[in-house]
Ligand binder design. Structure first.
Ligand code: SAM
Length: 235
């Protein structure tokens, strides 16, 4: 190895140490971005994430993120996960299965629409109504009282709704536990160009610089995530 090559390797290692997660070169980053767009946008033809199931129940997630969920649940073992946006119950059912293995945990999941045929599971508690409605919020607070809490925001992905959900639900997250803002990949981050301001803009306005939360970019270690800058830990 020449001195120049040696220094280049050392510089690369140093950059990785300083930058943490973002260890990709520009060309590697562009591979990830192009794959992300392909994966996300092929859903419009009925493929990929809109054709993904947990035990037969549709789950609107990227499997790489679902694996990260499993790691977080195993590490932090929250008493309760509050999820806004249930849809068919796929993500709730997935988390309930992980909690069955862990032997602990409950899920409270809220949706404005009572989609039919959701899985029935003793760890899942379904609430029907808008996630920001006072009646729903008060039921969630009652169920979460005295428990360690993790929160996942996955309902209406407009910036204003996510911001309002952050105002309501972020304070409920327990110290050392996670707040996950889903689908921050839309509005050009890097998909969904026509979406308009969404979760990423709410993250920037509410969480960036918020002393109560720390971005955990290690959770983006699989490079592609539907939740870029979406994994936050309460400090
Ligand atoms: C992305 S889906 C949830 C996907 C589900 N968490 C999963 O991973 O399979 C979004 C859901 O949010 C619901 N929703 C939309 N606006 C809402 C609101 N204001 N309050 C609660 N739920 C809402 C929709 O009815 C839809 O079922």
């Amino acid at each position: 190895m020449t001195w120049v090559e040696y220094l280049r390797v050392q510089y690369g290692l140093l950059k990785r140490l300083v930058a943490g997660r973002d260890v990709l070169s520009d060309s590697e980053r562009s591979v990830v971005t192009e794959f992300h767009k392909l994966y996300y946008e092929k859903a419009n033809t009925g493929g990929t994430w809109q054709d993904t199931y947990w035990m037969g129940c549709k789950i609107l997630k990227c499997p790489l993120d679902v694996w990260v969920y499993q790691e977080i649940l195993h590490e932090t073992k929250p008493d309760i996960v509050i999820e806004t946006g249930t849809y068919n119950g796929g993500s709730a059912s997935y988390m309930a299965s992980i909690m069955d293995i862990l032997g602990t945990g409950q899920i409270v999941t809220v949706d404005i629409t009572a989609h039919g045929g959701r899985p029935v599971h003793p760890r899942i508690h379904y609430l029907n109504g808008p996630s920001t409605a006072p009646g729903i919020v008060s039921q969630v607070k009652t169920l979460a009282a005295g428990k360690t809490v993790m929160v996942i925001l996955d309902s209406d992905h407009s910036r204003d709704n996510v911001f309002r959900e952050l105002e309501i639900y972020a304070p409920m997250v327990s110290k050392g536990h996670y707040l996950i803002v889903e689908d921050s990949n839309v509005n050009g981050h890097p998909t969904g160009l026509d979406h308009g301001p969404g979760p990423m803009e709410a993250i920037n306005d509410f969480l960036v610089g918020n002393p109560g939360f720390e971005l955990d970019s290690r959770r983006e270690k699989f490079f592609m995530t539907f939740n870029p800058r979406g994994y936050w830990r309460r400090v």
